[in-house]
Ligand binder design. Structure first.
Ligand code: ZN
Ligand code: ZN
Length: 369
């Protein structure tokens, strides 16, 4: 029996490295050998017990890898050894929701999010990909794992915040929180043609990064009231579009207060507990504001588009990967990521075989010199 190493959720606060059976691809499915993955804020929510998943599940939903085996029916479309990205969201492409363009809600609320939620995820040496034809996205030649791993979730999610907010050329946009998702939303606002992009956070290094990702003004909310500052920058109106990228009552409320009448609050955060819209900020429900929510768009066509932006050098996500760990060091990686120490943004996680392969490449590069 083929075994693989995996990081398994065993209950709140517990991730265990275990030997698991290597998955087998059935008709329409594929197995990829994971070469790089990462940790998401959502995984931290799961670990804290704020979002419930089954004990025994392999977590992780941001896979880059190489096709290891293909189930029946895929031989004409893909080949063994092909490098692919698979989105965090893996829609089937055929159900009621998919055919109504709500791919992330495939089969029902949040149903498109399967890896590390309802089926085994990417924190493992091998990953079973369901509905492979809708979800395996070949990586353009010349792009590294580090350049594409963040399209699977945070770039897709951040950009979707700007897209769902329907940002128009010349808009003013305020993005609340400049973590990895917020930074990608800031980048999304720039790509959509916003004129004024305001990044809000309290960490100087993140505000600095916000400038690199397209913010022309940054606000440290510990130093000044962000709502008053945003109104001042927008002739007293508030921003045309605000994006909430943290998932807390305070940022939701501030974002709403900073949205002009008739404007849009585009919410990306994952909330735990209740979210309330305050009466005054909501203009008693009569202010013509739109509140929209978005779950990360997935599927191979979305991945193709985002990787095309990377390949064309229109975006560079690699500065967001600040640290690299072996999958065996998952506890250390989780500790660093969840504590936000040492300027960490995103970590690259690599199974042992991927690290060995890198070492072989490096050694052979040395010996051929
Ligand atoms: Zn995620
Ligand atoms: Zn579907």
């Amino acid at each position: 029996m083929d075994l693989m190493k995996a990081a398994v959720f065993r209950g709140p606060g517990i991730i265990q490295l275990e030997e698991r059976k290597k998955p087998v691809a059935r008709s329409g499915q594929a197995v990829i050998r994971v070469t790089t993955t990462t940790i998401c804020g959502t995984d931290v929510h799961i670990l804290k017990g704020e979002y419930a998943v089954k004990a025994g599940l392999i977590l992780g939903h941001e896979p880059v890898g190489v096709i290891d085996s293909l189930g029946e029916g895929l031989e004409d479309d893909y080949f063994i050894g092909q490098r692919v990205v698979v989105g965090a969201i893996t829609p089937c492409g055929q159900c009621f929701y998919c055919l109504n363009s709500a791919h992330s809600q495939c089969h029902g609320a949040l149903g498109g999010w399967r890896f590390g939620n309802t089926i085994d995820g990417a924190w493992a040496e091998y990953l079973l990909v369901p509905d492979a034809r809708a979800n395996l996205a070949p990586i353009p030649d010349g792009l590294t794992d580090e350049e594409v791993v963040l399209v699977t979730d945070i770039f897709s999610t951040g950009l979707s915040g700007a897209e769902s907010g329907n940002i128009r050329v010349g808009d003013s946009v305020a993005v609340f929180a400049q973590g990895p998702i917020g930074l990608c939303a800031t980048l999304g606002a720039k790509l959509r043609g916003a004129a004024l992009i305001i990044g809000v956070d309290s960490v100087p290094a993140r505000l600095e990064m916000a400038r690199r990702f397209g913010a022309n003004v940054v606000i440290n909310y510990r130093e000044q009231d962000p709502v008053a500052a945003i109104k001042k920058l927008t002739e007293g109106r508030g921003a045309d579009v605000t994006i909430e990228a943290l998932g807390q009552q305070a940022t939701f409320e501030n974002a709403l207060r900073a949205t002009r009448p008739g404007g849009t609050l585009s919410s990306l955060g994952v909330y735990s507990g209740k979210v309330a819209a305050p009466y005054d900020a909501f203009y008693a429900g009569l202010g013509d504001q739109k509140i929209v929510t978005t779950l990360c768009p997935g599927g191979k066509e979305r991945m193709r588009r985002l990787m095309a932006m990377v390949a064309a050098r229109r975006v560079d996500l690699s500065p967001l990967i600040t640290h690299t760990f072996g999958l065996d060091d998952i506890h250390e990686a989780l500790d660093l990521f969840s504590s936000q120490r040492d300027g960490v943004m995103k970590v690259a996680l690599k199974p042992a075989h991927a690290i060995e392969a890198l070492e072989v490449v490096e050694t052979s590069a040395l010996t051929t010199k």
